[in-house]
Every structure is written in C-alpha cells, then in structure tokens.
Ligand binder design. Structure first.
Ligand SMILES: Cc1cc2nc3c(=O)[nH]c(=O)nc-3n(C[C@H](O)[C@H](O)[C@H](O)COP(=O)(O)OP(=O)(O)OC[C@H]3O[C@@H](n4cnc5c(N)ncnc54)[C@H](O)[C@@H]3O)c2cc1C
Length: 477
C-alpha cells in the first residue's frame, strides 16, 4: 500500500490520537526499541506510539493502514528471536508500545481468573493474583520486564509449563485489534466453550503478525503454601530422565518445576554473572533443579523431597543432592537457573536453540546433537539448560566471534543444520517457546512442510491482507 500522507502529517495525526507526549521520535527514545534483546539485529522505525486504550490502538491501526506504515507491536522487548525488532525494509514502521495500557481490569478468586491489559508486566499480574490468594503460574527470567501481550504473542513457556502448561493453556479470553481497526472482543472467562472455531488460538503465538493483543482473561490457580527446592548432581542425561520419571511417580501433581543445566552452563554463569553461589563442586555433567510444591501446608513437602532423593541415591541415579534449608537458599538455587540467558549472552557469540522433542526422544536428541556439534566445532563451548520435563532443553554453542557477516552466517547455519536435522528426524519443533521472529525464518521455512506454511500464509492474508502487522517475520510473504 502506498501513502499519500507525508511523514509529518502522519506524526501529527498520531499525536492527535494518543497525545503528543506519547509519540516518540527522538533517537534516544527510539534506540532501546530498535535492537533486539540479544543485540543481534537492528531495525528502523519512524516513531514509538504509546496508546492509552484499546480505542486508541484501534485509531492508530486505522491511521497506520491509511498511511502505509507497518505496525510492530513491542512488549518488554525481551524476546529471543528479534520478533519485536522493526525490520520492515523500505516500508516505514511505527513501534506500538502498550506500556501505558497496564490496568488489572478485574480479578475473581471464585472464577479463578483475572482480566488484564496487554501492557501489564508479567510480575504485576503475578502480584495481583497473589493479592487475592491465587497463583498466576507463568514464570520466566524476564518476568520483571516482559509484557502479557508479548507472553501471549510468543506463547511463552518458562519454568512452570511442566505443571501448568504454556501461555496458550493459561489464556481464557482475548481482546485483539484487527488490521481494519475493528476490536475482536473474545474476553470471555469461560472454562468450556465448544461453539465454533477457537479463534483466540490464532493470535496466541502469532508474534504480532495477525493483530494487536490489547487485553486478556487469564487462568489463576490455588497458591502453594509450601515448597521444597533441591539441586541434584547427575552423571548423564539418561540419569536425568530416569530421575524425572521417578519424580513423576512419587510426586505427581506436586512437581512445580524440573529444570536442568549441564556443567558448562553453570561454569559460564559462575564466570559471567555477579553474586552467584554455586553450592557444590562441579564434578558431574548434569545438574537438576527440582521444586515440589503443595497447596496444603501439611505434611511438610520437604519430607517427600527427601524420600525421593534417598530413593534416587539407592538407584544410583544421583551422585549428590542438596535440599534447600531456607527460602534464601531456595532462591539462590533459582538464581543460578534464572541467570542462564545473562551468563550465555556475556560469554561470546551464542548460537542458541529452542528445539522441543517428545520426552522419550530427549536422550537421543541431546546426545546426538552434542556429539555432532563437538565433532564439527571442537572450539565451541556447548552449554545446555532448560525445561527437561517439557522435552525442551536449550542447546547453545558459544563460538569465537567472526567479524565477516557472511562467514558468520555460514558457521551459524552449519550448527543450526545439525540441530534442525535431529529435531526433524525425532518429530520435534525448532521452537518450543521463543518463536520464529526474524532470526529463525530461514530455519522455519526449511523444516516446515509446505502445506503448513501455505495455510499460515492464507490465514495471514485473510486477517491482514496489506501485511500491516509485523511484516518480515515468521515467513516471507
Ligand atoms: C532472561 C530471559 C529469560 C527468558 N526466559 C524465557 C523462558 O524461560 N521461557 C520463554 O518462553 N521465554 C523466555 N524468555 C524470552 C521472552 O521473555 C519471552 O519470549 C516473552 O514472552 C516476551 O515478552 P515481551 O513482552 O518481552 O515481548 P517482545 O519481545 O516485546 O515481543 C515478542 C513478540 O510478541 C509480539 N508482541 C508483543 N506485544 C504484542 C501485542 N500486544 N500484540 C501483538 N503482538 C505483540 C512482538 O511483535 C514480537 O513478535 C526469556 C528472556 C530473557 C531476557
């Protein structure tokens, strides 16, 4: 679509909608939103627009459509694949930031639900749930800055997905501004609804390509009254999986998290992140972080954890284990886990992966990918961490920096090809929770069956015929 409006006229019209203070054009303001969290990609935008209501979002969308501007919705800009970076080529882009739309609309303990603006920060929603003695379970390292709109649009997973599912499982209803400015009001709090297609699921995980999410109704849960957190040392990924299996048998629904890191990962964190205490010598290959939680305060859940670890010792699955003796110690264990992204980012050029495979294929996946990357790149540090209970171990190869972009691309793609090959063979997916964004487009095209891509492209054309929303992401239109 071509525009007949000058840039100045568009800025003036936007200011008339949201207020002049909320159309930001100076370089300092723009800087933070032009670069992705990992610092890999840099985009361009004419302005940041900060609407204060759904009606204002709708008016901005109509205006952008008329002016031929692209709209790139941005939450906390903590995404891992440059999905929120404005990479719109020759087309002028406006970055739509919903940080002023941060109201808790209502919360109902009886309905176990909460309705929020999409610009709410995740930690704010967790706190609002806690305020009515409930739990909003999505939990991830960026929870102090990522937005609910971003969490929905990436279908975020995090450390509690094993127990409560991903964001897709936590959304009851949605409010979305469509490409023609209409507001699709699906803000239901229903637990069951079999009337027709479940439209909200189109927008969850769509990475801002189909509409702007402006509000959501989310599920709440009973709040755990006690937890027990332990770190266990294990010799192999096979033992990690056996321990997961044993934990499932003994603790069932009380497993709040089951995360792993390999030795190299913890070493990187210890080297690069301040105030980290590693509680034991790093003399085994794998480290599991297990949290059990119970909504009942009695009997002490630490007893269940102790019995589990004792049984694991007897079966020679764990070499050593530490049960946190206080909340402070439990938090210090979690701090190690939550520092993986910061540590890896500081350690060099990271080729990171977000593959997920069926749980029963996870041992094969990790062993084969690690061996093939080591054979290809003996100079790489291979760090692994993640959500083993979900089949989603992030494998990262940290390689020496390469200045020439073409050579860097070649080296990165060689490593990606290994991961993608094993992922596809085991019927996995290259993105469990981070999305495709800009960074993974070529890989997505390579591994996804043409019929699936075709249906996605048709859906995009139907909902956004002028490619207004986040062009240049997911797939090439
Ligand atoms: C330290 C750290 C740890 C992390 N750990 C995890 C983890 O364990 N699990 C996990 O899943 N992720 C993790 N992430 C990645 C990231 O935090 C999530 O992807 C998060 O959901 C992104 O939210 P955001 O608000 O920052 O979105 P952004 O990065 O701003 O945007 C992400 C995508 O959503 C779109 N979008 C944003 N808001 C809207 C909206 N209102 N309407 C439509 N589209 C929108 C954007 O256009 C973009 O495509 C981590 C990131 C960091 C920095």
């Amino acid at each position: 679509m071509t525009t007949t409006l000058s840039k100045a006229a568009v800025l003036e019209a936007l200011a008339a909608v949201v207020g002049a203070n909320h159309v930001l054009t100076n370089a300092n303001d723009l800087e933070g939103c032009l670069v992705d969290w990992r610092g890999r990609y840099r985009g361009e935008a004419v302005c940041i627009v900060r609407p204060g209501s759904t009606e204002e979002v709708s008016a901005v969308v109509r205006l952008a459509a008329k002016a031929g501007f692209a709209i790139v919705a941005q939450g906390g800009n903590t995404g891992m694949c440059a999905g929120a970076t404005p990479m719109t080529g020759a087309r002028p882009a406006l970055v739509l930031r919903l940080d002023r739309m941060n109201r808790i609309r209502w919360v109902s303990p009886l309905g176990d639900s909460i309705a929020v603006d999409a610009g709410c920060i995740l930690a704010q929603v967790q706190a609002a749930a806690e305020g009515v003695d409930r739990l909003f379970p999505l939990s991830l390292g960026a929870q102090g800055s990522c937005h609910i709109g971003g969490n929905i649009s990436t279908n975020a997973g995090g450390t509690a997905a094993l127990r409560y599912g991903t964001m897709r499982d936590l959304v009851l209803g949605l409010e979305v501004v469509l490409a023609d400015g209409q507001v699709l009001d699906l803000m239901t709090a229903l637990r069951k609804d079999s009337a027709g297609y479940e439209l909200k699921h189109l927008f969850i995980g769509a990475e801002g390509t189909l509409g702007v999410v402006t509000g959501a109704t989310l599920k709440l849960f009973s709040r755990p009254r006690q937890r027990a957190v332990a770190m266990a040392k294990l010799m192999s990924i096979a033992d990690v999986l056996k321990l997961l299996n044993l934990t499932r048998s003994r603790a069932g629904e009380r497993i709040a998290a089951f995360e792993v890191m390999n030795r190299e990962q913890i070493q990187v964190i210890a080297e690069k992140v301040a105030h980290i205490t590693v509680p034991f010598p790093l003399d085994t290959e794998w480290y599991a972080l297990i949290e059990l939680a119970d909504i009942s305060p009695e009997p002490p859940i630490a007893g269940m954890m102790e019995a589990l670890l004792a049984e694991a010792f007897e079966q020679e699955l764990v070499a050593d284990a530490l049960l946190a003796q206080s909340e402070t110690q439990a938090e210090s264990f979690w701090k190690i886990r939550h520092s993986v992204s910061e540590g890896s980012k500081a350690a060099g050029y990271v080729v990171s992966h977000d593959s997920v495979v069926p749980l029963f294929e996870q041992g094969t996946f990790v062993t084969e990918v690690e061996a093939r990357i080591r054979a290809l790149r003996p100079d790489a540090r291979i760090v692994m961490h993640g959500h083993v209970g979900d089949g989603n171990i992030h494998i990262l190869a940290i390689i020496p920096p390469v200045a020439d972009p073409e050579e860097r691309f070649r080296q990165v793609d060689e490593i990606n090809a290994i991961v993608d090959d094993v992922t596809a063979r085991l019927r996995g997916s290259i993105s469990a929770e981070h999305g495709i964004g800009y960074a993974n487009m070529q890989r997505f095209a390579r591994v996804t069956p043409p019929l699936e891509i075709e249906l996605m492209v048709r859906t995009k054309r139907m909902l956004d015929p002028d490619n207004l929303f986040n062009p240049g992401k997911l797939f090439d239109m």
